[in-house]
Design a binder for this molecule. Structure first.
Ligand code: BG6
Length: 485
């Protein structure tokens, strides 16, 4: 299958940091279909060779195991092309169309790795240039909107030019291996399904913790905050994957219909529940990995006195028969104690303990990063104590499935998987517009309540697990975050 992949924003960070390395890995893994061309477009004038040299140089900044050898880069570079484009000029889109038409590849994937405020104008121009035929797909990189209204505005334009099945909205968390594991665990095995409900599960915790601060992105981040940056998209997408009903098939719309139902079942927030169930924080100076780091307000491009949140913890519920009353805790933040993202499914304790000592409930940990894998925490008898009524105290043991080890050579990164899916036209791991809008609808009352709240975020020391109020939020239900158990 021949394809053309066009990156708008071809010299931007996302392109060289994530997309080019992902494509190179796909080539290395022999996953990139033969007969492909990769075209970067951006505002400045460069030749193909100059662009190739630019990408070659940038590869020096990616993880050494993912850098090409000279030989490999030569092969990769032969696919790379560059075109100057002023995104406001119709004749430049016409030029792009001729470039694509000359070869007439089976598929053209247009990846908008630009600032989202350009999405409407790019889509309109693509439509006017006739670059919306059925063999064309458009990939939209987040942030997709700033609130419900702006997301709807973008979707309206996208929909006026492309059919929904041509629109690939990226949430790179859906490309992570752990999400595939979660789908396989739930719908490829019969073991967990009978337990996957309120009768057996006490609560579910989703933690997306980063050790890094906002780095050089202070200006972007300050207009965004953790709720928009991580919760509206990544955390909620993970929640839908955990909570959804089994889809009738493995098709994109069957899956996305079920995810949408979860989003629609989330307990809506109001001012009172935001005050009670949502904690926002902002990091102050502290120590991460043994090194002192500055607080958020001292980061570059962050305005003095900013009340932007760099941490959110919240409690919600999925209001349906399967999950009624089960708390779902979501937590994310920058400059936390570790880069550690995981979903913890805490099961209920045994109804009638017969062994001495305190009983611990079972838990299933779905690890997203730094490694991905599954851990099932159980209790076992070591076999060294007395039997009978004074029997031995049970010990915690865990069954560990380390997928990085088990399938070491076949591991595929998130962007690699999603790019290959976009080329192949598989929409399963992309977000449909109604899902995305529903997620905005759900976070809006939180944004609104914060706007009217003079208190601002609570501070937490960099290198901690966030403000103590986040622990109190969970403790109120008699629960604790994974690291506190
Ligand atoms: C992005 C956010 O979507 O996800 C960043 O904009 C965040 O702020 C990043 O750092 C985290 O992604 P990952 O894959 O490193 O966990």
């Amino acid at each position: 299958m021949s394809f053309d992949l066009v990156f708008f924003g071809g010299t931007g960070d996302l392109t060289w940091r994530k997309l080019m390395p992902a494509l190179f890995q796909a080539m290395r893994h022999n996953k990139l279909p033969e007969g492909g061309r990769i075209l970067a477009v951006a505002r400045d004038e460069r030749s193909d060779d100059e662009y190739r040299a630019f990408i070659r140089e940038r590869f020096a900044e990616v993880d050494p195991s993912k850098r090409p050898s000279d030989e490999e880069f030569k092969r990769f570079a032969s696919m790379l092309h560059y075109r100057r484009m002023d995104l406001s000029r119709p004749e430049h889109y016409a030029g792009l169309k001729s470039w694509l038409d000359e070869r007439g590849a089976d598929t053209a994937v247009l990846y908008l790795a630009t600032s989202p405020y350009l999405f409407p104008v790019i889509c309109e121009q693509l439509g006017m240039a006739g670059l919306n035929t059925p063999n064309i797909r458009v990939v939209l990189e987040k942030p997709l909107g700033h609130d419900l209204q702006s997301a709807q505005d973008i979707n309206r334009v996208v929909r006026s030019v492309f059919h929904e099945t041509q629109a690939f909205r990226i949430d790179h968390y859906l490309g992570k291996a752990a999400v595939q594991n979660l789908m396989a665990l739930r719908f490829g095995n019969a073991l967990f399904e009978p337990l996957w409900r309120r009768e057996s599960i006490a609560n579910i915790q989703i933690t997306l913790a980063e050790g890094l601060g906002v780095g050089t992105r202070g200006d972007y981040y300050n207009n965004t905050g953790a709720l928009r940056d991580m919760v509206q998209n990544h955390a909620l997408q993970l929640l839908t994957m955990i909570a959804m009903e089994p889809p009738s098939t493995n098709d994109a719309d069957a899956i996305r219909d079920e995810k949408l139902k979860v989003l629609k079942s989330l307990k809506p927030f109001n001012d009172e529940s935001v005050a009670r169930d949502v904690v926002r924080g902002q990091y102050k100076a502290g120590t991460v990995d043994g090194k002192p780091v500055v607080g958020y307000l001292d980061e570059v491009k962050v305005p003095a006195g900013s009340t932007c949140e760099t941490f959110v913890a919240l409690r919600t519920e999925v209001q349906n028969w399967r999950w009624a009353g089960v708390p779902f805790y979501l937590r994310t933040g920058k400059r936390l104690a570790a880069r550690d993202s995981q979903i913890v499914v805490n099961f209920r304790k045994v109804p009638h303990p017969i062994f001495p000592g305190t009983t611990r409930a079972n838990k299933l940990v779905i690890k997203l990063q730094p490694e991905d894998g599954l851990e099932l925490h159980l209790l076992a008898a070591k076999g060294s104590g007395p039997s009978g009524s004074m029997g031995e105290v049970l010990s915690p043991v865990s069954l560990d499935l380390d997928f990085d080890k088990a399938f070491a050579t076949e591991r595929v990164g998130a962007y690699e998987r999603l790019l290959m899916d976009a080329i192949a036209g598989r929409l399963n791991l992309f977000v449909r517009s109604d899902e995305q809008e529903q997620a905005w609808r759900w976070v809006e009352p939180v944004l609104e309540a914060w706007r009217n709240d003079p208190n601002g975020p609570r501070s937490y020391a960099a290198g901690s697990w966030g403000p103590p109020a986040a622990s109190a939020l969970v403790a109120r239900d008699g629960q604790a975050w994974a690291e506190e158990q």
